[in-house]
Every structure is written in structure tokens, then in C-alpha cells.
Design a protein around this ligand. Structure first.
Ligand SMILES: [Zn+2]
Length: 243
């Protein structure tokens, strides 16, 4: 069990933070780096499914009025980072490719389409990847596989921390996402992934980040009310930009 994540990290893993600082203004081409990551980990690029080939009620989620687009708009407004498009895939929950196409699994949606808090958490995690600063390319070249995996775990933790904050800002809860991760770990126990932290750490990060964002906002609201400025939505969306 994780007793406590140091509050100084306010939901952001220290390595992730350090990397954001170290690489500020010095990032390589993010598309190239993401492509390299994928290659190092032996992950194939996700296959995009034609929306006409999937069940209509799932395809509807991808249309302009659909739930996925609604969540996407909120995440884009929080981060100012647009996705190229949302695409359907299968055999995975969700992922983002080097062109910022966000894929969501049809089988995942068939099972969980009524759990909006969970779908929002999963999408927010992918936006967490889109806004993270990756290390310069030459740094990756000099790393061992274990070092690359450690970097991946750190990247995943950063995406979870972002998801926890974004869920709060969008008005959702973290409970569905935590429950989902716990079940996922139960199912995948045998193929324990080196790419992710164990679920108790992921849970702690999600919850801490959610709380940290709430605290930030409560403090901001108090300060603004004190200054008779009111609380504008613009201020609300600014805080997460750095996370
Ligand atoms: Zn991820």
C-alpha cells in the first residue's frame, strides 16, 4: 500500500516535473519522439476502424453531438491542445498517436458507454500525454531499455496526474477510473506490465491530483472573492495549463 504521496508533488510525479523543466524550450520534434518511443517498446500503431463498420450506437458517440466529442471539447478548452481527430479502434482502451489522433476502443465503449466519468478519465489521460514534454531525441538514444521503461512509467504517472486534475475541472469524479484500473489489474495480473506503476500508486496519484486541483481552485476562489474580483472561468482554465 502507498501510505502517502508527498504533498509537494501536488499530484505530479517528481521525475515528470523535472523533465518538463529540463526540457523546457529544448524539446525535439514530439512526433518523432513519440514514434521512437513506440518503436522502442515494440508497440504497433493502432488500427483505425471505419465508423460504418462498428455498431451504430457506438459510432454515434464519435459524431458531433456524441459524448466523446463533448468531453474532447472540454479537454481542448482546458489544455488549448486540439486533437487531430477522434478515431475508433479495437483491443485497447484508448491511446494517442504521434499525430495527436486519439483512439478509443470499441469494445471498451460497448462495455462502459454509460459511465461518462470513466470515459472522461480515460480521454483526459490521453490529453495528459499530449501536453507532456518528452525528452530530447538524443537522450532516448543513449538509454537502456530499463531506463526507457522507467521513463514510460513516469510519463504514465504524469498522464494520470493530469487526468485527476482534469476530472475535477470538468466536474467528474475519479471513482470510476480508480475502480476500472483495479479491475484491469486483476485481469492482467499474469502479464504485469513494466510500463505502468502498480494500481495502488496510480490510484494515489489520481486522487492526490484531483484533490490538489480542488485545493488550487478553492484557494483561488477565496483570493478572488477577497479581492472582489469574482471568480471567472478564464482563471479556472489557466491553472491546469502547466500540469
Ligand atoms: Zn498512457
Amino acid at each position: 500500500m502507498v501510505k502517502k504521496i508527498p504533498s509537494a508533488t501536488v499530484g505530479l510525479p517528481p521525475l515528470w516535473m523535472a523533465r518538463v523543466i529540463a526540457t523546457a524550450g529544448n524539446i525535439g520534434n514530439p512526433e518523432e519522439i513519440r514514434k521512437k518511443f513506440r518503436k522502442l517498446l515494440g508497440e504497433p500503431k493502432p488500427k483505425e476502424l471505419d465508423l460504418n463498420s462498428i455498431p451504430p450506437e457506438i459510432a454515434a458517440l464519435f459524431t458531433q453531438q456524441g459524448m466523446l466529442q463533448k468531453i474532447r471539447k472540454r479537454l481542448e478548452s482546458i489544455t488549448k491542445k486540439p486533437a487531430k481527430r477522434l478515431a475508433a479502434t479495437k483491443g485497447r482502451v484508448a491511446c494517442v498517436d504521434e499525430d495527436d489522433v486519439v483512439y478509443v476502443g470499441v469494445d471498451f465503449l460497448e462495455k462502459f458507454k454509460n459511465r461518462e466519468d470513466l470515459v472522461a478519465g480515460v480521454l483526459a489521460h490521453e490529453w495528459g500525454h499530449m501536453v507532456s514534454n518528452l525528452p530530447p531525441e538524443q537522450e532516448l538514444d543513449n538509454m537502456t531499455l530499463d531506463e526507457v521503461l522507467a521513463l514510460c512509467r513516469d510519463e504514465e504517472a504524469g498522464a494520470d496526474a493530469f487526468a485527476g486534475r482534469a476530472l475535477y475541472l470538468m466536474g467528474y469524479t475519479v471513482e470510476d477510473m480508480v475502480e476500472f484500473l483495479k479491475n484491469l489489474e486483476k485481469i492482467e495480473k499474469k502479464i504485469k506490465s513494466k510500463k505502468y506503476h502498480p494500481v495502488d500508486i496510480r490510484e494515489a496519484i489520481l486522487r492526490e491530483a484531483f484533490k490538489a486541483q480542488k485545493k488550487t481552485e478553492d484557494t483561488a476562489r477565496r483570493l478572488l472573492v477577497t479581492a472582489h474580483l469574482g471568480f471567472s472561468h478564464a482563471a479556472k482554465s489557466r491553472f491546469i495549463g502547466e500540469g
